[in-house]
Design a protein around this ligand. Structure first.
Ligand code: ADP
Ligand code: MG
Length: 472
């Protein structure tokens, strides 16, 4: 296995994409997207991936891994050939959706590239039909991809590139055998790219079996201290959950991700926060896909103040604009701590990482300090005073409209209805997510109720719709 020196990667980070062998159209797209310079993982992996070599790349969530493989697979794609030339395996449907969106964005310059998302939990038939029409890129979860291979509706004979995205999470979810099965159906002559946020033992096994002399890139976690402010508060066990409420009232972040070590702790915390009037939602493994989608939509569109999650449940989420991360418990693994706090302070924004620690957790804090080579700043809980007497409420509320992709609902239709007939300003409307069966639209909290009424009374694309408020 070759190793690429981190110093080389670091020196190219921040460099322009134009030093890569990419088409002028792709470079123009990158510029339009505002991707001015390469992220460290892109700088380290793109030269290797574009040269057609196999690759294992490890970097934290949010570091731009999708573009690192997407640019490579798009570069090799022949749009005139109507067969699946690239396959991306992802652990969950929502991650597959995110990857598909990013590839679509990057492929914008090319007119005729067809990308399909193939995941479980959605009907087979439309996927089979779409595949029959021909697709260039398939993005999906291992189980559903296996289904299609078994039925012969997906054929991988023309495949050039296999990508295993979030490989660590796929292994966590027990997908080893499925991945192996899919990989064996791919042509031997191919490029395999493996991306992962952490490096558990199973990755080496995968790589030995399915990668060829892979180039290995591991990026050390680097956080700019000036961007993420880390603060610790000592708590008695009995104060812990209430201390989260104190932190929220004191700092008043718009969006907070609160990490707990256990599901039980998540449940207790959400219960306490909701009882105190916060808009808090839990994200844990027991949610059905549709519930999970709803939770994530509400958090990402800023109509939920606090998302309470375990590490496993939050793995791989790409949520921009996170003002604060709260460590409700101290994690025993310093690497996990670094991952958690890396969720805030993305891009050019400042972030806060606030941690609660009891006497019993001081050893863990010590480990983290050693690993990061920093001494943590401690503050007493008594320093926390509410910054306002008003409830901390998110700026938006979410409306759920019955009908989604199935009904060919498009964001423009909803925006049109709200800014046209209903008479709202564009600024009062937030994110619009069209899902399979429902569409979610965020609107300014103040107009929520009225917007529900207007939409229910009016029409979208000339049709009556059923709308309800998802958040209270
Ligand atoms: P990862 O897969 O490593 O978790 P993503 O690929 O989802 O990260 O990227 C995180 C975010 O960063 C996305 O919103 C993406 O659009 C953005 N991004 C990726 N590369 C760049 C870049 N070079 N410049 C600016 N933004 C980027
Ligand atoms: Mg990713």
């Amino acid at each position: 296995m070759n190793s690429s020196p981190e110093s080389a990667a670091a020196s190219a980070a921040g460099a322009s994409f134009s030093r890569l062998p990419l088409s002028p159209a792709t470079l123009a797209t990158l510029e339009q997207l505002g991707y001015q310079t390469m992220t460290p993982i892109q700088a380290a992996s793109l030269p290797v991936a574009l040269a057609g070599q196999d690759l294992i790349a490890q970097a934290k969530t949010g570091s731009g891994k999708t573009a690192a493989f997407a640019l490579a697979l798009l570069n090799r794609l022949d749009a005139r050939r109507f067969d699946v030339q690239a396959l991306v395996l992802c652990p969950t449907r929502e991650l597959a959706d995110q990857v598909t969106q990013e590839i679509r964005r990057l492929a914008r310059a090319e007119e005729n590239i067809k990308i399909l998302t193939l995941c479980g939990g959605t009907p087979m038939r439309p996927q089979v039909d779409s595949l029959a029409h021909g697709a260039h890129i398939a993005v999906g979860t291992p189980g559903r991809i296996m289904d299609h291979l078994e039925r012969g509706t997906l054929v991988l004979d023309g495949l050039n590139t296999l990508v295993l995205d979030e490989a660590d999470r796929m292994l966590d979810m027990g997908f080893f055998d499925d991945i192996a099965h899919v990989a064996r159906q791919c042509p031997k002559e191919r490029q395999t790219l493996l991306f992962s946020a952490t490096y558990p033992e199973g990755i080496a096994r995968l790589s030995q079996q399915f990668l060829r002399k892979p180039h290995e890139i591991k990026l050390k976690e680097q956080h700019d201290d000036s961007k993420i402010r880390q603060r610790f508060y000592e708590v008695e066990e009995g104060q812990r959950l209430n201390a989260v409420a104190l932190l929220l009232n004191h700092y008043r972040p718009v969006s907070t991700l609160a990490f707990c070590n256990t599901k039980a702790r998540c449940r207790d915390l959400v219960e306490l926060l909701r009882a105190q009037g916060f808009e808090a939602l839990a994200l844990h493994g027991e949610l059905e896909q549709r519930e999970r989608d709803q939770v994530l939509v509400q958090f990402a569109n800023r109509s939920c103040s606090v998302l309470v999650a375990t590490d496993v449940a939050a793995r791989g989420l790409d949520i921009a604009q996170l003002e604060a991360v709260i460590n409700v418990d101290v994690t025993p693994d310093p690497e996990v701590y670094v991952h958690r706090i890396g969720r805030t302070g993305r891009a050019d924004q400042d972030g806060m990482a606030l941690s609660l620690a009891s006497m019993n957790e001081m050893g863990r804090v010590g480990n983290i300090e050693q690993q990061l080579g920093v001494e943590m700043e401690w503050q007493p809980l008594s320093a926390l005073a509410p910054a306002s007497s008003e409830r901390l409420l998110p700026p938006m509320v979410t409306l759920q409209i019955l009908g989604g992709r199935k009904e060919k609902m498009r964001p423009g239709d909803i925006l049109g209805a709200l800014t046209g007939e209903a008479g709202y300003a564009k600024e009062q409307i937030g994110k619009i997510n069209v899902m399979e069966m429902s569409t979610y639209v965020a609107v300014a909290r103040g107009i929520g109720r009225e917007a529900v009424r207007k939409l229910n009374d009016g029409k979208v694309k000339g049709k009556r719709v059923k709308v309800r408020m998802l958040t209270e």
